[in-house]
Design a protein around this ligand. Structure first.
Ligand code: HEM
Length: 537
C-alpha cells in the first residue's frame, strides 16, 4: 500500500498519498531498480562513446530536461505561506459561507507576487502586488484572488492582453522588467483614461511596499453575498495588515533591489521562521444590492473605481495569520493555482466585465501551465472538503477510479453521485434578472475616469504627493516618445495642476492644457461632503 506522507508540508492536514520517491536507503531508478553507479554513464570503453542502452543516463537527463514548467503569464514571481483564518463569526448576517459566518478556523495558503517581472526578477520594483488566498473551507476551496491596489487598469477583461502586452518587457530586448515598459506602458495608459487611477496608485508609495507583511489586499471587484434568509448584499473585500501599511522610498527600493533582489520573499520567510507571524484582518464594505448596482454615484461593477471607506466603512470578519513556510517552493508556491471562480455557498460573482473575463482566464491558463485538466489533484490545490466530481482520465490523472464512468441521470449504478439537496447546502448562483441587447459597450456610469484619481491624489500627505511627482517624472523620463509624455501630462493637468507643473518641469516640457475638465463630473452629495470635511477642493 502506498505510504501516507505529508506531501506539502502544510501543518493543517494537507496530507496526501504521495508517490514513493526519494525515500529508503538505496538509490534506484524511477521504477525501483537498485543502482550501483549514478556517476558514470555506460560507455564502449573508458573513452566512449556513450551507449544509447544506458537507461539510467537517459532517465536522469530526460527528467532533468523537463524540470521546468511555464511561468505564469502574469504574477510569475511569487512567495507563499501557509496559515489559518480565524473567523469572528460576524459574517452570519450577510453570508452563509461557514468560514465567515461561524467562529471557526480555516486553513489557508497565500501567494504574494509582483505582476510584470519574470520568475527571477527583483522584489522591490514599482509594480502592483498580487495577494491571492486559498481558503480550504469545509464547503470547498474559496479563492480570494486580489491585489494590493483597490482599482484595476481596465474596465473590460477583453483589454487584459492589451494592457499586459504594453506593460511587459519589450519583445526585442526583454527590458525593462518593472512597472514601466516605458513608451508602450505610458502609451497605453495615456490612451486609456480608465487606467489613470491604477497608474496613480502605482506611482504612489503603494507601488513599492516595504514588505508583503505590511500590504493591504483588495478583492477589487464587487461580489454578491447571500445570508441564511436569502437576502443579498454587494461587498468589496479588504485585507488590513495588523502591522500597518508601510512602503519604501524609491531610494530604499533601489538599494534593496541591488543588495538583495529577494528582499520581500526573504522578509516573509524569515519573519515566519522567527515566529513573528504576519497577520491581516479580513473585512468587507457592505452595500445594498440595488437593481442599478450603484452606491453613492459609484457604479459597483466598474473595477476602476473604489468605494471610499469614509462612505462605507470596512466591517471586520476575521483574522488571518501566516505561520508556516512552504516546504518545497515548486510543489506549493509554483504549483498552487487560484481562480476567482472558486466560490463557496453564500459568495457569488457579479457582472463586472473584468471579473467575468477572469472567470475564463485562470482555468484556461492553468491547463497549459500545469499540464492538463487534473491540476486540482496537485496536493497544494486539493480541497479539504470531500470531492465527488464527475471528472475522469486526462493528463496527470492520479486517481484510480473504479466502476462505471459517472453520468446523470443514471438508473443502473447506485453509487453514482447524487445532486446535493437544499438542506445539504449546495452552491446555488444568485438568481438575478438579466436583460438587454447584445452590445460591445460599457454603461455611461463607467465614463468618469479621473475624479477618483484626483480624490486619491488629494488624499495623500504632501510628502506622499512629492513621491508621486518624483515617480511620474522618473518613469516618464524613460520614455523616448514626446507625444506620449505630453498626452500623459495633459491627464495629470486634468487631475491636479500643481502635480502636472512639477512633473512637466522635471521633464523639461511645457505644462499642457488639461485633457478634460474633471470638475464637469458631478460628485455625489455624500462624496462632496467627505471631500469638504477632508479639505478637498
Ligand atoms: C494571476 C489573468 C485581472 C489578480 C493571473 C494569471 C492570469 C491572470 C492568466 C496567471 C494565473 C496562473 O497561471 O495560475 C487575469 C485577467 C484579468 C486579471 C485576464 C482581467 C481580465 C486581475 C485582477 C486581479 C488579479 C483584477 C486582482 C483583483 C491576480 C493574482 C494572480 C493573477 C493575485 C496571481 C495568482 C497566484 O499567485 O498564483 N491573472 N487577471 N488579476 N491575477 Fe489576474
Amino acid at each position: 500500500a502506498p505510504e501516507t506522507v505529508t506531501a506539502t508540508g502544510c501543518p493543517f492536514g494537507a496530507s496526501a498519498v504521495a508517490p514513493r520517491s526519494q525515500q529508503g536507503e538505496f538509490l534506484t531508478t524511477a521504477t525501483g531498480t537498485r543502482l550501483r553507479d549514478s556517476d558514470h554513464s555506460l560507455k564502449a570503453g573508458r573513452r566512449g562513446p556513450t551507449l544509447l542502452q544506458d537507461h539510467h543516463l537517459r532517465e536522469k537527463i530526460m527528467h532533468f530536461d523537463h524540470e521546468r514548467i511555464p511561468e505564469r503569464v502574469v504574477h510569475a514571481r511569487g512567495a507563499g505561506a501557509h496559515g489559518v483564518f480565524t473567523s469572528y463569526g460576524t459574517g452570519a448576517k450577510i453570508t452563509t459561507a461557514r468560514f465567515l459566518a461561524e467562529k471557526i478556523e480555516t486553513p489557508v495558503f497565500v501567494r504574494f507576487s509582483t505582476v510584470l517581472g519574470s520568475r527571477g526578477s527583483a522584489d522591490t520594483v514599482r509594480d502592483t502586488r498580487g495577494f491571492a488566498t486559498k481558503f480550504y473551507t469545509e464547503e470547498g476551496n474559496y479563492d480570494l484572488v486580489g491585489n494590493n491596489i483597490p482599482v484595476f487598469f481596465i474596465q473590460d477583461g477583453i483589454k487584459f492582453p492589451d494592457v499586459v502586452h504594453a506593460a511587459k518587457p519589450h519583445p526585442d530586448r526583454e527590458i525593462p522588467q518593472a512597472q514601466s515598459a516605458h513608451d508602450t506602458f505610458w502609451d497605453f495608459v495615456s490612451l486609456h483614461t480608465e487606467a489613470q487611477a491604477h497608474t496613480m496608485w502605482n506611482m504612489s508609495d503603494r507601488g513599492i511596499p516595504a514588505s508583503f507583511r505590511t500590504m493591504e489586499g483588495f478583492g477589487v471587484h464587487t461580489f454578491r453575498l447571500t445570508n441564511a434568509d436569502g437576502e443579498t448584499c454587494l461587498v468589496k473585500f479588504h485585507w488590513k495588515p495588523v502591522a500597518g501599511v508601510h512602503s519604501m522610498t524609491w531610494e530604499e527600493a533601489q538599494l534593496a533591489a541591488g543588495a538583495d533582489p529577494d528582499f520581500h520573499r526573504r522578509d516573509l520567510a524569515d519573519a515566519i521562521e522567527a515566529g513573528a507571524f504576519p497577520s491581516w484582518e479580513l473585512g468587507v464594505q457592505v452595500m445594498p444590492d440595488t437593481q442599478d448596482e450603484m452606491f453613492e454615484g459609484i457604479d459597483l461593477l466598474d473595477p476602476t473605481k473604489l468605494v471610499p471607506e469614509e462612505l462605507c466603512p470596512v466591517q471586520l470578519l476575521g483574522k488571518m495569520t501566516l505561520n508556516a513556510n512552504p516546504t518545497n517552493y515548486f510543489a506549493e508556491t509554483e504549483q498552487v493555482m487560484f481562480n476567482p471562480g472558486h466560490l463557496v455557498p453564500g459568495i457569488d460573482v457579479t457582472n463586472d466585465p473584468l471579473l467575468q473575463a477572469r472567470l475564463f482566464s485562470y482555468v484556461d491558463t492553468q491547463l497549459t501551465r500545469l499540464g492538463g485538466p487534473n491540476f486540482a489533484q496537485i496536493p497544494i490545490n486539493r480541497a479539504h472538503a470531500p470531492v465527488n466530481d464527475m471528472l475522469r482520465d486526462g493528463f496527470h490523472q492520479h486517481a484510480v477510479h473504479t466502476g462505471q464512468a459517472p453520468y446523470r441521470p443514471n438508473s443502473i449504478d447506485a453509487g453514482n453521485p447524487a445532486e446535493t439537496p437544499e438542506a445539504q447546502r449546495p452552491f446555488v448562483e444568485v438568481s438575478t434578472p438579466v436583460s438587454g441587447e447584445k452590445v460591445r459597450a460599457v454603461p455611461a456610469t463607467f465614463d468618469d475616469h479621473l475624479s477618483q484619481v484626483r480624490m486619491f491624489y488629494r488624499s495623500l500627505t504632501p510628502v506622499e504627493q512629492d513621491h508621486v511627482a518624483a515617480a511620474y517624472t522618473f518613469e516618464l523620463g524613460k520614455c523616448y516618445e514626446n507625444p506620449v509624455r505630453e498626452r500623459q501630462l495633459a491627464h495629470l493637468a486634468a487631475v491636479d495642476t500643481d502635480l502636472a507643473k512639477t512633473v512637466a518641469t522635471g521633464l523639461g516640457l511645457p505644462v499642457p492644457e488639461p485633457s478634460t475638465k474633471v470638475a464637469d463630473v458631478e460628485p455625489s452629495p455624500a462624496l462632496s461632503q467627505v471631500k469638504a470635511e477632508m479639505n478637498f477642493p
